[in-house]
Design a binder for this molecule. Structure first.
Ligand code: S3P
Length: 448
């Protein structure tokens, strides 16, 4: 599955129980940040457990283009020889970030305060996504940019020669925007301050502290006020990437809706800024438990055990929880379709500007499978049909969106008729082993 080649039609059907252990890959957010901060440190950072999905491989390639040496041992250990804060060289060619919003937005931040000129592009999905949310705050540092109408890629950024520190309140809940500003602040003198009204994933803050930057977070009436002191010498690190809760979501939810299932998903990062889905599933009545909770590399980790849960009920998901499960609404809607009663999801307009418009993509496919869905600009309601009550029998469009593809394939494990997707190729961006892992658990997922 390339994510960039010919479409890969796939199909899932109801079969036997899912059982066994699901070893999901490394966290995508932490993997991007490990490579980028490794490239901005002086010396060699070693990374194990890196997600080797296309999104992260595109970021590795970009870091090489900026002058960092990035290599992989046969045992899967990655080495990044960084060039230091402000040490990025001007790439000789266009930086193609493929499907990855995180990759392009974080790299824009990382180069914005170095006087180099860089042109960015990506696939059709990424070229349709808004970049002004990042280039607007980067302009405050003195970084210029020009792109297509609506702030779309391809786009060229000219990094600031004499950057100024910035105080910026992030207008939408976005860890990518917050992180871009913090990475730009690394090469600005003085203190850069980012304020976010709602807490979003805090991997950048945690990792910057780990690399030796001076960074503090204060919780005030305005929200979280994050202060970074510019021009630190980042010290190379040894990083073990925890496994991705956003990938764990798929085998967990598939087990909840597949009769007789009992699946263990070990070593999942449960940073509170990422664990909103699991909290919601437990509220719905899911038989989901955290086993062996512990701390690893400064992050809370546990083994998740998910068992078939035929009596789940629809819930109203608190909008305040949205940021901690923003990538998990598509798979939640699949569980919601198999629960009794409505599941109400509000305060989620960001879903409309992800790899696809995720509310539209899921609503269309769920309706085609016989599920009633209502939606508005920043909300949607899935009317559950009870366990096993969804007809299926449709081929759903995935719009170059990995999470839409995986969500509909999980749905097909519970429906009366099989569910197809027009293109499973993009799954390789975040979860390249999805198909084999699900089949090993017993899922009937096939190509064609
Ligand atoms: C991410 C932040 C989120 C999330 C994305 C990864 C990150 O995007 O949807 O998959 O690693 O910072 P936004 O910042 O657009 O909310």
């Amino acid at each position: 599955m390339s994510g960039h080649g010919d479409p890969v039609p796939m199909m899932a059907r109801k079969g036997g129980a899912l059982t066994g252990e699901a070893h999901v890959p490394g966290d995508k957010s932490i993997s991007h940040r490990s490579l980028i901060l490794g490239a901005m440190a002086v010396g060699e950072t070693r990374i194990t457990g890196l997600l080797e999905g296309q999104d992260v491989l595109d970021t590795a390639k970009a870091m090489r283009a900026f002058g960092a040496e990035v290599t992989r041992d046969d045992d899967g250990t990655w080495h990044v020889h960084g060039v230091g804060t402000g040490g990025f060289a001007e790439p000789e060619d266009v930086i193609d970030c493929g499907n990855s919003g995180t990759g392009v937005r974080l790299i824009m931040g990382a180069m914005a305060t170095t006087p180099i000129t860089v042109t960015f592009t990506g696939d059709a999905s990424l070229r349709s996504r808004p970049m002004a949310r990042v280039t607007d705050p980067l302009a405050l540092f003195g970084c210029r940019s020009v792109g297509r109408a609506g702030g779309r890629l391809p786009m060229t950024l000219v990094g600031a020669a004499e950057p100024l520190p910035v105080r910026y309140t992030v207008p939408v809940p976005s860890a990518q925007v917050k992180s871009a500003v913090l990475l730009a602040g690394l090469n600005a003198p003085g203190q850069t301050v980012v304020i976010e009204a709602e807490a979003t994933r805090d991997h950048t803050e945690r990792m910057l502290a780990g690399f030796g930057a001076e960074i503090t977070t204060e919780v005030t009436d305005e929200g979280r006020v994050i202060t970074l002191t510019g021009r630190p010498e980042l010290k190379p690190q040894t990083i073990t990437v925890p496994r991705d809760p956003s990938s764990a979501a798929f085998p967990v939810c598939a087990a909840l809706i597949t009769e007789g299932s009992d699946v263990l998903v070990p070593n999942i990062g449960l940073n509170p800024t990422r664990a909103g889905l699991f909290e919601t599933l437990i509220e719905m009545g899911a038989d989901l438990t955290y086993e062996n909770p512990r701390e690893e590399g400064g992050e809370p980790v546990a083994d998740l055990r998910a068992r078939y849960s035929p009596d789940m009920k629809g819930v109203e998901v608190p909008p305040a929880r949205a940021a901690s499960m923003i990538d998990e609404y598509p798979i939640l809607s699949v569980v919601a379709a198999n629960a009794e009663g409505p599941t109400v999801m509000c305060g989620v307009k960001e879903l409309r500007v992800k790899e696809s418009d995720r509310i539209a993509a899921m609503a269309d496919g769920l309706r085609a499978c016989g599920v009633q869905v209502e939606d508005g600009p920043d909300w949607w309601i899935v009317h559950g049909r009870g366990m096993g009550g969804v007809k299926g029998g449709a081929t759903c469009a995935t719009h170059l969106d990995h999470r839409i593809a995986m969500s509909f394939l999980c749905l097909g494990l519970s429906t009366r008729e099989p569910v197809g997707v027009d293109d499973g190729g993009p799954i390789a961006t975040s979860f390249p082993i999805f198909e084999g892992l699900m089949r090993d658990l017993g899922a009937e997922i096939e190509r064609g």
